[in-house]
Design a protein around this ligand. Sequence first.
Ligand code: NAD
Length: 273
Amino acid sequence: SDIPVMKLNDGYEIPQLGFGVFLVEEDEAQRVVMDALETGYRHIDTAKIYGNEEGVGRAIAESGIARKDLYITTKLWNDDQPKARQALEQSLERLGLDYVDLYLIHWPCARQDAYLDAWHEMEKCREEGLIRSIGVCNFLPKHLERLLGESETVPVVNQIELHPTYQQSSVTQYSRSHDIAIEAWGPLGQGKYDLFGEKPIKEAAEAHGKTPAQVVLRWHLQMKNIIFPKSVHVERMRENMEIFDFTLTSDEMSAITALERGNRVSSHPDEVE
Ligand code: NAD
């Protein structure tokens, strides 16, 4: 396929474009993921809290695609931080897999003070082959600093809210300086504001004969972000994959990057317990 891979700091490769399943209902997940796999996606991003791991697992089994050709991510929910191994084993069972490619701490929940213990348990599970790579979500530099100071393993990724009006540059710079790749969640702003009406995005879309969504996703790729936009519609799944046949100019990139205005559309890591 056309989808490029990125090499992570532990040597494993991840497809830079995947498919996310936040807010896909369990009873729809099998159909939606099956459609995504048929469209050509091979990287699926789910989480225990999404409540759809079984549907994702049924689609994986039904697809008949070789396990080595898939890249599956799931996440450790906040309440489960003190029992990471058990939570992982239950996720694997729901997914019908004997390992995941990537397991992520979903939120730091610093007041709970359990993410370091969870991380050490995840390191053990990785040694045993239940996980290929381990990483985090929604970690601010202060959380990463503590993790890096007290463990042997550098997270392969930090998965954070990131779209043109909210780019968290202090988090991305700190992460990248430690060779932690950035996964951008909500790459399209979760549809919560009129991102597609922003002038530089509309103009680039016209110039390249692409849709505004394709321009935004292309901007992420050129920013070296890993993305997994979500859609339950096959036409949009296709649209979101047709982003490898054009390149934004450096002026177009700069104009989109200049849309930054601290426009967070979801929770702040210090607010999530
Ligand atoms: P997103 O930015 O991918 O937006 C999804 C919405 O955008 C869809 O519901 C649809 O309305 C719209 N959309 C998709 N394709 C479109 C197109 N081509 N044209 C027009 N509209 C389109 O938001 P998301 O789903 O929240 O983020 C992607 C993934 O990131 C999630 O599915 C999930 O896997 C992950 N995520 C992780 C966290 C975390 O805390 N780690 C939080 C939220 C999401």
